[in-house]
Design a protein around this ligand. Sequence first.
Ligand code: SER
Length: 317
Amino acid sequence: MYSNILIIGASGQIGSELCQRLRAEKDEGEIVASDIREADDEVMQGGPFEILDATDIDQLEEVVYHYGIDEIYLMAAMLSGTAETFPMRAWNLNMDTLFNVLNLAREKKINKVFWPSSIAVFGPNTPRKNTPQHTIMDPSSVYGISKLTGERWCEYYHHRYNVDVRSIRYPGLISYKTAPGGGTTDFSIELYEHAVKRKPYTSFIEKDTFLPMMYMNDAIEATINIMRADPDQLSVRSSYNLGGISLSPGSIAGSIRAHQGLEVNYKADFRQKIASSWPSSIDDSMAYQDWNWQHRYQLEDITEAMLKGFKDKIKAD
Ligand code: SER
């Protein structure tokens, strides 16, 4: 059966690629893109697009009603770095949008929700290596606090109101199509972009700080897979660990240098404290057990795809 899907945050790093991928598949009904601001031409012209402030329940309900939406992917959020500058704005945006969507599902106005969580839910007392699904969670960033709170509410809405909400704790996501903006893991993307532009890069994260990272194609695959999984298979209704690979600025720079030159300097800023409180690697065996998740892209594959992607993009500009 076809579902009509609404993507909130379709101008953003994940939302834009998710939108294009779902539209290309044609396995679904209408894919409605929305964001508080305009998106890339591809997103705006490839199907319906609505300017939508999802913190406003009336605007959101109007779009859901107008298009007969069945499923929502809520990809709008303020990332970890920016959230430290605007704590209350981040909290309000990240929580109000989630409650609006969960309440629509509770009232049966939609029947399925995807909401992204993050490795930011972990904190300084969490075991850093191969972090388990269930462990100490004491996030110290504003972003992490909002994500952990969101996870608790997702699980609560599932158990209490039978809301079909599904979630993944994304690692840092690497992509060249749409820039993330304000995240602690943005250095990974900036390294590739500077390399292709032949510019020296100053990393705001130290050379040997390892973090779980993943290529965007894998993340989109995981998102679509969990949304299509049999609901009875999903034993986790807070959010699933998703591992990917463990990378540092130094390891990414080394992989780039196997292809071309790159000058990197290191000058840690406030985001180093956030990165140091996050895991270096993640145990995602629950995702494997429950919905057969396995990532595909290794560092070498990511480097090849990123260098080529940025080169083509620069040529086209
Ligand atoms: N990539 C995100 C960030 O750095 C983490 O979810 O904020």
